[in-house]
Design a binder for this molecule. Structure first.
Ligand code: ADE
Length: 225
């Protein structure tokens, strides 16, 4: 898979994708990730990438010309163009799964008040938001989306089971609390059932705890909230 990130801040997008699992996936050529500066496609002495809003209003908007030039250069008939924006559809695990099937993603990052709408109409296949809050720039959001996609690519996770387990679990239920050694730490015990070796009892306990946790932290998932 190939991922091209288009941003005014390539270093911000790349930093979290240059360590650990994603770094190894890149080294193993499971994915090729590049971040490009939109300014490289801007023209004129000042290489201007933004301008005032037509009709007035606070802030600046990314100009269409450099973005059209960049995407027209990078895209192939197999490319899918994504815009990171708080106006996008919510990014969920199911969206990550769908996008992990693509051959080439071009992820465009907004900045300031966003991008000229002609970019969205003509070039963007999907607008994605990583949550109901506003970041200073979309490069952080692009790194989040890229991380979630790349870990799903075959061979990216050392322990293949970690995401197999996940895909069998209920997407509308949070995971149960988990413990590791030591069995006693500062007078706090690992729940006895987890040390019992009784797999049926353990499964029941996990189910029950997952439900309690979901009810407490994400009642919206249970439609009880
Ligand atoms: N850019 C700024 N905020 C964002 C968000 N919540 N999701 C995606 N892109 C963004």
């Amino acid at each position: 898979m190939r991922i091209d990130i288009l941003t005014l801040f390539p270093e911000i997008a790349l930093a979290p994708l240059s360590e650990s699992i994603i770094k190894r996936a890149r080294e193993k050529n499971i994915v090729s990730i590049e971040a490009h500066n939109i300014r490289d496609w801007a023209s004129g002495r000042h290489k201007k990438t933004d301008d005032y809003l037509c009709g007035g209003g606070q802030g600046m908007l990314l100009k269409p010309e450099p973005i059209f030039a960049a995407i027209e250069q990078l895209r192939t008939p197999e490319s899918k163009v994504i815009l990171m924006t708080p106006q996008g559809k919510p990014f969920k695990q199911a969206v990550a799964r769908e996008l992990s099937e693509e051959k080439h993603l071009i992820i465009l990052c907004g900045h300031y008040e966003g991008v000229d709408h002609r970019v969205i109409e003509q070039l963007v296949d999907e607008e994605i938001s990583i949550g109901d809050y506003v970041l200073t720039n979309g490069a952080i959001a692009a790194a989040v989306v890229t991380d979630a996609i790349v870990r799903l690519l075959p061979g990216a996770l050392g322990d293949e089971r970690s995401h197999l387990d996940e895909s069998f679990s209920d997407p509308n239920m949070l995971e149960a609390p988990a413990y590791t050694k030591p069995n006693t730490f500062r007078d706090m015990e690992v729940p006895a059932v987890l040390l019992s070796g009784n797999h049926k009892k353990i499964a029941e306990w996990k189910q029950e705890q997952a439900l309690l946790r979901t009810r407490q932290n994400r009642p919206d998932l249970l439609d009880e909230g």
